[in-house]
Design a protein around this ligand. Sequence first.
Ligand SMILES: Cc1cc2nc3c(=O)[nH]c(=O)nc-3n(C[C@H](O)[C@H](O)[C@H](O)COP(=O)(O)OP(=O)(O)OC[C@H]3O[C@@H](n4cnc5c(N)ncnc54)[C@H](O)[C@@H]3O)c2cc1C
Length: 456
Amino acid sequence: MVVKRATIIGAGLVGSLWALFMAKRGYEVNVYERRPDMRKSNTGGGRSINLALSDRGLKALKTLGLESKIRDMAIPMHGRLIHLPDGSLGGLQPYGEHGQYINSISRGGLNELLMNEAEQQGNVTFHFNTRSLDIDKGNSEVLLENTKTGEQFTTQSEVIFATDGAFSAIRGSMEKTDRFDYSQYYLPHGYKELSIPPADGGGFRMDPSALHIWPRKSFMLIALPNLDGSFTCTLFLAYEGEVAFENLKSEEQVKAFFAAYFPDVVTLMPNYVEEFFSNPTSSLVTVKCYPWVFGNKIALMGDAAHAIVPFYGQGMNAGFEDCSVLDELATELSEDWPAVLEAYQRSRKPNADGIAELAVRNFIEMRDLVSDPFFQLQKQVEKQLHRKHPERYVPLYTMVTFSNLPYAEALRRAQVHDSFFIEAEQANMALVATAPDKEASQTLMDAWVDEIEKRY
Ligand SMILES: Cc1cc2nc3c(=O)[nH]c(=O)nc-3n(C[C@H](O)[C@H](O)[C@H](O)COP(=O)(O)OP(=O)(O)OC[C@H]3O[C@@H](n4cnc5c(N)ncnc54)[C@H](O)[C@@H]3O)c2cc1C
């Protein structure tokens, strides 16, 4: 029997998941990862300790039969719980209808589970402390280096997948080729992680069934729950300016900043000052490039192809959706890899661009609009429209998070929604929001959905 071989560069979330998909297809898979084995060395990679997993990511995990294991590791978050500047709670803004929620899950825990599951297939080998240096585009070989010994070697296989993250070395090699489009854009904001430990004696210090947000217009703090009762908080703040990381240099400045903007959280974070100075301030980048496929056999996936800012909680979900799409195409096109990879990049690129734009927009929504009355009114109206016409009117957040509608189509429809609501009479919107059962509201909603559908 002919042995089918695949190479994967990077054993992060997407590479480990894709290794499992390829193993199930019967490939002998070699995965090369720059870092040591996180299962033995506890290297979290320095990035967000927990992530929001939603329907697109879950779809890929379900295909592999992992849904129940994943649900055991996840905490459902049903909405945004807003913390106002005076320290009071602004109420829960549900993400969707009853039973719709996103999942807070440990990045390391999920990555380890995926590696274990892949290894258990028997045809996947992870090579740690091994980084890719370059590709030979002609022969489609990858040049690798053992980071402990310095030994360099090449690997060849039928197909090669680069899942080596936002600063992909493989993509770096592609950048030197003719007609390769590439852009990277940094937000003026960076982020820093802090933590809220479990309550004395165990349990959570805040409601664990929500994603907590402290929106402060140009900056914000968020918190996601962990299974051990703690919360991981992330402060998103400009690098430069009056209220910015550059002006938080001393203990006094940090304490004054938190007391002024986050008075309720200070009492929950006994170590925030130490953590502020010991944890890194990290940047937020959007990377776009094209093509994603070279020599008919090397493909970029996940952040290597499309790194986005984290405000829609979709980076990993989009990478997992790459895996679902690629797997479906491999079946449809009988593993004719040149054809599969071409169809993959054509179908995914517009959607990657769509979620990149939505992710940047959602930062403005989270840090600013969640406390804006017009925004809240529109959300209320959209909820009523969705309840009355669940199939015909779907709010943007639901399209992105609780459906598998292509991101580009979700963005297009959302643009129609936004322009419609800017035109709609606010008095009518208030009527629909506050008295949806009134006959006048019902008539308005029917007419609005007809009109919105016409504009799609
Ligand atoms: C603050 C923050 C919060 C986020 N929150 C969410 C969220 O809530 N929901 C969500 O869906 N997404 C979220 N994301 C995005 C998510 O983290 C990424 O989209 C996801 O990690 C991408 O997975 P990946 O496997 O493509 O890349 P990575 O996870 O970056 O993995 C790449 C792997 O490749 C390895 N590597 C790098 N270079 C080489 C090399 N030369 N040779 C070999 N190996 C190499 C790395 O060590 C790493 O293991 C967040 C991101 C950030 C920064």
